[in-house]
Ligand binder design. Structure first.
Ligand code: SF4
Length: 447
């Protein structure tokens, strides 16, 4: 998965993916191997080169064994898994037997529900038809193909390890393997990218007709090759206005082609929204497993070490902690036992509020006013409304009735008790950083 920016990336003190109380029924597994490192990527990945994958890589063999050990050591809180997501990295570097082994270990530990969504991120040029058929036989029913652009020169600028021809070949393989539910990932805001070639990429993606499309805007991260070569907003990166034009164009072309813009950066055919990612946006709990992965379990967020040896050491350190043969730790989880740090902390009520807003407002439907009131009290919701009124007047914030119609509110009116608070599409989404930064600073002032 590419480390990209979208228009809702206000920095929170500690986190991006939040959780809530409740029993997780979703698991994210990080597979940190890539053929090479893309120039914009700051993910925790391990470069294995062009010839290594699956069982012919001792590194991957060892990692899969440790990951399965981590799964075994994780406390089962009682719900079977309804979504499983293999992200990376390039999880399609796993052999069929490695992927099956991980799924069997998960199933043995938590149980995987019969109707579970099991997704895997795959990159063009890293898998065969036989391999995808094997993945499907093991239970995978959704794939997300990292396409990024349909111009070879842009793929090269990004340091991607595949060509445009590889993209079309990959799509053929996905279809031949009988995987109907597949997503294409695109990136806008690349160096040297123009509105014209962005439009061409969107149209090529639409012609392929996937069930789902993700369209992210590049963020130039410090510590990446792009971070060294380029300055945000300066050429050859598109100007901010052009990048905003790309966002509007994506919405126009993709919704025009029948995709529902259900989340700030995501589009789906009816019935094909990503169920796993909705868990994050709805601020629900999930297991995160593997190097650098974050979990949100029992109100605590725990981020695993981002370096291989440190992650292995960490898994060794939790070994046996949740075993019934270790009575002194009783019902505690690894999260309880691992020292409290920036990587392991109980999410405060205030952070839950901010994250509920930050994540929920990514969704087209926004956040439920009744749920917000129930969870955070009427005065808190009133305060949020006071902060958001200028943006509501501007048309960037909308209040929807329970029937999905736009609520008609007079100046100075109270918020309705039911219905939804959401950002308008596309302008509210485009200016979401501004809106949320202002909202959070005002909520912070009052706390
Ligand atoms: S394939 Fe994805 S995870 Fe791997 S280096 Fe490129 S952007 Fe990063």
């Amino acid at each position: 998965m590419p480390p990209t920016k979208d228009y809702l990336t206000v920095e929170l003190k500690k986190s991006v993916q939040a959780t809530n109380s409740g029993i997780p029924s979703s698991a994210y597994l990080h597979i940190p191997f890539c053929r090479r490192r893309c120039y914009y990527c700051d993910f925790p990945v391990f470069v294995v080169g062009d010839r290594k994958n699956g069982e012919n890589s001792g590194t991957i063999v060892q990692y899969v064994a440790v990951l399965c050990q981590e799964i075994e050591e994780t406390k089962n809180l009682g719900a079977s898994l309804k979504t499983v997501f293999f992200g990376g990295g390039t999880p399609s570097l796993l052999s069929v037997s490695q992927l099956s082994n991980i799924l069997e270990t998960l199933d043995g530990k938590f149980g995987i529900a019969a109707e579970a969504e099991i997704s895997i991120e795959i990159d063009p040029g890293t898998f065969t038809l036989e391999q995808l058929r094997g993945y499907a036989a093991a239970g995978v029913n959704r794939v997300s193909l990292g396409v990024q652009a349909f111009q070879d020169e842009l793929l090269q600028v990004c340091g991607r390890s595949h060509s445009v021809a590889d993209i079309f070949e990959a799509v053929e393989i996905v279809r031949s393997a009988g995987i109907v539910n597949f997503s294409l990932d695109l990136i806008s805001g690349l160096p040297h990218q123009t509105l014209e070639n962005w439009e061409a990429s969107l149209k090529s993606a639409v012609e392929i007709s996937p069930t789902h499309l993700s369209s992210y805007d590049l963020i130039v991260e410090q510590g990446t090759a792009f971070g060294r070569y380029f300055e945000a907003g300066a050429q050859p990166l598109p100007a901010d206005e052009t990048a905003a034009g790309m966002y509007r164009l994506a919405r126009e072309i993709l919704t025009g082609a029948g995709y529902e813009h259900y989340e700030i950066s995501n589009y789906a055919r009816s019935g094909y929204q990503c169920r796993h990612n909705r868990v994050y946006w709805e601020n629900r709990p999930y297991y995160g497993l593997g190097m650098g992965a974050a979990s949100y379990v029992e109100g605590r967020r725990l981020t695993r070490p981002r370096k291989t040896q440190e992650y292995y050491q960490w898994v060794r350190s939790i070994s046996g902690l949740n075993s019934p043969a270790t009575p002194q730790i009783g019902g505690e989880t690894q999260q309880d036992i691992y020292p409290a740090t920036e990587q392991n902390f109980q999410v405060s009520e205030n952070d839950i509020l901010l994250e509920t807003l930050m994540l929920g407002l990514r969704l087209a439907e926004g956040v439920s006013l009744s749920a917000l009131t129930e969870k955070f009290s009427q005065p808190t919701v009133d305060k949020i409304w006071r902060c958001l009124q200028p943006y509501w007047r501007q048309g960037w914030v909308e209040i929807m009735t329970e029937d999905g119609a736009m609520a008609t509110l007079g100046e100075g009116a109270e918020l309705p008790l039911a219905g939804n608070l959401r950002l308008s599409d596309p302008e509210g989404f485009l200016f979401s950083n501004t809106i949320l930064a202002d909202l959070f600073s005002k909520l912070g002032e009052d706390n």
